[in-house]
Structure formats: C-alpha cells, structure tokens
Ligand binder design. Structure first.
Ligand code: ZN
Length: 164
C-alpha cells in the first residue's frame, strides 16, 4: 500500500484526517516509517512518515507521532507529569531518579524542561482545541509542542528535506 493518496472527507468524524503539519492540507501520501523507542515499555514503535502533495507547500515531508511519543524528547508524556509532581513536593533528585528509573544527570536536565512544559501546557490548554485532552488530539498537540520547544526545527532552509 505504498503511495496511497489519503483523501479524507471532512465529514468523517470518527477518524481525524492526517494533515500536513506545515500547510494543513489533507493531500498527503504515506512515505514509509522510521523506528522510535517507546520510553514506556522499551519497545520499538514505527512512526509513519508522509509526503505533502500540495503544490503550494514548500515543505516535503512530515511524520505523525503516535501518542504518547513526544517530538525530540525521549521521555514518555506521563513521565513529565510524574517528574513535575515530585519536584513540586520537594523530593530530592536522587529519589526522583530512582522512582523514574532514570540517571541523576538525566533528571537534572529533565527538571527545567518539566517546569517549562507544565507552564506552557497550562497556558496553551486554555486556548487550543487539544486543551481538554492532548491524547485525543495528538498530532495537533505535538505540532504545537514542537513549534514552541524546538522552533529552530521549523525554520525553512532552501532545498532540503525536513522531518518533525
Ligand atoms: Zn504541506
């Protein structure tokens, strides 16, 4: 089933159409997969990659991460909440590391990210469609997350392919 044109009718409410993360067109084709590690149970997940077929879109490819995989960050979505909750309670770094099965160095780097993430999430969920449950709107949520936390990935460079 390579290069099947996925034209999703807007009336199809059961399955949200796959949209290009740059121009929002539904005129997209599947273009293979790549592996990501699922941080929740250490298994491999295949992430679907797509090509945007809109002639107006200047980007070529994008991928859609299945929930709960986050762009770039190798930690599970839920882990950010667990980590933040422990930080708020004043639990020390060594204990947080042990409870989350992470190295202390990893937790040290994760702490500021957790704070930033929760602050951002609290603000965004009031104004976005995915606000009431990001897991139900994962492509929209991960696109906004990526644009806010990794804006450099969204800068268009001439004649190169981009992945998000
Ligand atoms: Zn596009």
């Amino acid at each position: 089933m390579k290069n099947t044109l996925l034209e999703n009718a807007p009336s199809d409410k059961k399955k949200r159409p796959i949209r290009c993360s740059h121009c929002s067109t539904t005129l997209v084709v599947r273009n293979g997969t790549y592996p990501r590690n699922d941080p929740q149970n250490d298994t491999e997940i295949r992430v679907q990659r797509y090509l945007c077929k809109s002639p107006e879109c200047t980007w070529h490819s994008f991928s859609v991460l299945p929930a709960p995989l986050l762009p770039v960050i190798r930690h599970a979505y839920e882990k950010l909440f667990s980590c933040y909750a422990m930080i708020q309670k004043g639990i020390n770094q060594a204990t947080v590391a042990r409870k989350l099965s992470l190295g202390r160095g990893v937790v040290k780097r994760l702490k500021p990210l957790c704070r930033r993430f929760i602050t951002w999430l609290d603000q965004e969920r009031k104004v976005t469609d995915w606000g009431f449950d990001p897991l139900l709107f994962w492509p929209d949520f991960t696109r906004d997350f990526s644009q806010s936390f990794f804006p450099e990935r969204w800068i268009k460079l001439p004649s190169t392919q981009h992945e998000h």
